[in-house]
Design a protein around this ligand. Sequence first.
Ligand code: CA
Ligand code: CA
Length: 580
Amino acid sequence: MQMKTLSLLVAGALATLGAHAAGVTDKMIENDAKTTGDVLSWGLGQEGQRYSPLKTINAGNVGRLVPAWSFSFGGEKQRGQESQPLIHDGVMFVTASYSRIFALDAKTGAKLWKYEHRLPDGIMPCCDVINRGAALYDNLVIFATLDAQLVALDQKTGDVVWKEKIDDYAAGYSATAAPLIAQGLLLTGVSGGEFGVVGRVEARDPKTGNLVWVRPVVEGHMGYKYDKAGNKTENGVSGTPGKSWPGDLWKTGGSATWLGGSYNPKTGLAYFGAGNPAPWNSHLRKGDNLYSCSTVAIDVKTGQIVWHYQNTPNDGWDFDGVNEFVTYDEGGKVLGGKADRNGFFYVNDAKTGQLVNAFPFVKKITWATGIDLKTGRPNFVSDNRPGDPTGSADGKKGNVVFSAPSFLGGKNQMPMAYSPDTKLFYVPANEWGMEIWNEPITYKKGAAYLGAGFTIKTLGDGPIGALRAIDPKTGKIAWEVTNNAPLWGGVLTTGGNLVFWGTPEGYLQAADAKTGKVLWKFQTGSGVVAPPVTWEDKGEQYVAVASGWGGAVPLWGGDVAKKVNYLEQGGSVWVFKLMK
Ligand code: CA
Ligand code: CA
């Protein structure tokens, strides 16, 4: 018996060693949300709930949270730091502005290696030189670059293992989202909706970078699949050509999938948001313009669109529908929540896409009076759509309208969190508006393709940002914590009854998840526009967040940018633990 026990132990140890040597596995990624010793995916799990069951740090003791270490990304390359760190095997992998990635000792902050991607002149990121994070697979760490490439590096050495071009940066393509791993595939989108690119989702072999399938999310484009030798065959057209786009506009239809995706193992579907249709001038493209401003659910096995739900048909306000679709279990069903740029919060059945609930999560919405739960369509306020320039006196500028939210959104790139304990979503929301008008435009490769002008406006002198705890069943706001500057960082919630989020004013802060009472905050030295993470190591719980003000607000924020122009740039990552 003793012999048998021993051999079992040896086998167990070998299996552990084997798993270790083999690196990050599909099983580990699928369990990421439950395993508290690592953070293997953007969203702390494929569903993107950003919930950790850890409660070592909790509402009772969070006041004792102090810095463990901080690391500077260095150089002159500061700007917006929107990255979510990953933690594996005692190492933190964190990306930074200008397509950089660092491997750091998670305990001490000591630098193990860095990789700086060589960027060509002429890249065209619309909204700052940011990056949102990496993916881990096997012995690789994989991230996307501003010149629309994917780079896979050896986790131990930082050596480049493979590099693949997604598309032509000179045509306006770029990439900033963290890749998603699902069913052993690496899923990525594209940025460039302001340049008339064609939005799509691509699946690759994460070990080689070889394409497996491509699914365009502009109706009318052909999908493809690839065999092991790289031979390409047709895999069905997305939607019905000519149905929701007039003329040839679908060829440069935008719908950029720039925030990446989430995945639910129960449905087998990957959920990607598709951004604004191009150009912004909606009068040029009568119709729904699928799949712009939609959640698109794709069968990871086949690369086919299983369902779509369009949040803003025939968008005229740049209400990119890219916002993350976060799935959760309720009453034996898998549902998904999405706080859209257009100001409405949507709940869809994650299997079928059927709309379950929709309600505003910001106070002022001018473009629609509500969402019809029967038809799933918005009740538009047609007078509040920016006017057609062809109907104006000189044909050059359509009616100017005041619109809320602004195109920077009721919520933008900053990912929300969902707590299965409180059953609330924690949404970083903003209250602002814009003056917007349309102009004539024709497509030119590599040039901005808007056909619109705009100025972002405040809605008064009060706070712009608000972290809101939202009940997806009732649409009620359980609590909110307002913030003077617009919120631009993501959220983390934990089993310790805590919600963590950052502010442009530089604070990482924590509130009681049930009441919203702010219990702790720390000044990081620059604006926080990134989502925090947490993990444990030998019984000690850590919280980390990147700091560095930037992103779209200082670049495009109009009157709001002026209001917050005192905020300083930065570039660092902070790690916290409880004071002994
Ligand atoms: Ca984990
Ligand atoms: Ca856009």
